[in-house]
Design a protein around this ligand. Structure first.
Ligand SMILES: Nc1ncnc2c1ncn2[C@@H]1O[C@H](COP(=O)(O)OP(=O)(O)OP(=O)(O)O)[C@@H](O)[C@H]1O
Ligand SMILES: [Mg+2]
Length: 386
């Protein structure tokens, strides 16, 4: 008989005072973890950007190249842990909008394929006529990637994984189902598998945050998770209430004008963290831009004193004394032609996503890599020129 477990809310939420205490504890942990992830993201930005600069200076045959690539891999893994941590703590959806789950999975299919190796068959069985659900694209991708990664770890080579979507018309719910032909889940694992940091994998192989992330996102979106497992067939079904609003177009499908600078643009970098500021300035200068920089007070004074125009402001969102959006609007009074790019490790903070959507200012998530920064800057300058 397949074992079924139905999850609608995190374990440990009971009633009365106990529930309140649990909630306060959860909030304190979420704040702490969010703060740690924020500091982590700043440090990882510095590491990833310097690693890239170092790699550029090392020839392909150089003996230290392999070591530096290992540093890069480790930093990228650390960035994934920080983003999982933020996802577990996140209380509000980032940007929920009516979405077609089939479309989201099709768009992410390349990334999903990269999660599994070639000796495992990955099949997609997607329903092309789903009603939309209210969700965030990144969150749906995270659910699928985590479930597929677990399925990959459970099947040996020659195994099969299927990613399906469908609509349960009786309940008016839309589901994503990830099925694998792996070894199944033992009772004692099933009882604990949604706990943060619970893992049966070898050290360095799993952090135990995958299913905690899937659960946190699902509960937040009003969804449920069903697990059926026997040796040879395990299926995780995540379902959400269907909604009736029409699906909004994915912004990635819009064409962004590329800017190849004929004349070098002048950029003001505003960031309170000295290491992140230093590496941001170095990357932009190396790409041929003229850069002025400082923490908010210094940066405003420099912008005021400057007679030439500023083309672009790159500003951190959360800084002591003055927020990034505030700095941008003050600089724009003197330099009305300046466009902006905000940097943040805090997109989980609803106001960051709201501000960005309202003002149309792009947000660059930390940790970013050199190419990510340069692409975002060029796209912003290109839109200004358009
Ligand atoms: N499809 C599956 N088949 C068998 N066991 C599974 C499956 N999915 C999850 N598990 C079990 O649940 C545990 C917890 O999964 P979870 O995704 O939370 O963490 P992890 O995969 O160990 O680490 P991480 O996802 O953070 O890299 C796993 O270690 C594994 O024992
Ligand atoms: Mg996992």
């Amino acid at each position: 008989m397949p074992i079924q477990c139905h999850v609608t809310r995190p374990p440990g939420t009971h009633g009365g005072d106990e529930r309140l205490t649990d909630q306060l504890k959860t909030e304190a942990i979420a704040r702490l973890a969010g703060g740690v992830a924020h500091d982590f993201n700043n440090l990882l930005t510095v590491i990833l950007c310097y690693v890239q600069l170092a790699l550029d200076g090392i020839g392909p045959e150089d003996a230290v190249r392999a070591d530096v690539l290992e540093i890069k891999n480790a930093a990228e893994s650390a960035a994934r842990v920080a983003s999982q941590l933020l996802a577990v703590c996140r209380r509000e959806p980032e940007a929920p909008a009516p979405l077609d789950l089939t479309g989201v999975i099709q768009d992410a299919s390349d990334i999903v394929r990269r999660v599994v190796s070639e000796d495992i068959a990955l099949e997609f069985d997607l329903d092309g006529h789903l009603p939309p659900v209210e969700a965030d694209r990144g969150q749906v991708e995270r659910i699928v990637i985590n479930l597929v990664a677990n399925a990959r770890d459970a099947v040996s080579s020659g195994g099969r994984i299927s990613v399906a979507t469908g609509h349960d018309a009786d309940e008016n719910r839309v589901f994503i189902r990830v099925t694998d032909t792996g070894y199944g889940i033992a009772d004692e694992v099933r009882e604990r598998m949604f706990e943060p940091y619970f893992t049966t994998k070898a050290p360095g192989k799993g952090t135990g945050l995958g299913l905690a992330t899937v659960q946190a996102i699902t509960v937040q979106l009003g969804g449920t998770i069903d697990v059926e497992t026997i040796a040879g067939r395990t299926a995780f079904t995540v379902s959400f209430p269907a909604c009736s609003a029409p699906v909004r177009a994915h912004p990635a499908h819009r064409q962004i004008a590329r800017h190849r600078a004929a004349t070098p643009a002048r950029i003001l970098v505003v960031e309170d963290d000295p290491l992140v500021r230093k590496v941001t300035v170095e990357v932009l200068e190396e790409a041929g831009f003229e850069v002025i920089h400082g923490e908010p007070g210094e940066a405003l004074a420099q912008a005021d004193a400057l007679s030439a125009s500023i083309d672009l402001i790159v500003a951190d969102v959360v800084m002591p004394g003055m927020s990034g959006p505030e700095v941008v609007s003050r600089v724009q009074r003197k330099h009305p032609g300046a466009v902006a790019v905000l940097m943040s490790g805090h997109l989980e903070h609803p106001s960051v996503a709201d501000d960005s959507a309202r003002t149309g200012t792009p947000v660059l998530l930390k940790p970013f890599k050199r190419e990510g920064l340069i692409d975002r800057v060029r796209a912003a300058l290109g839109q200004r020129a358009a």
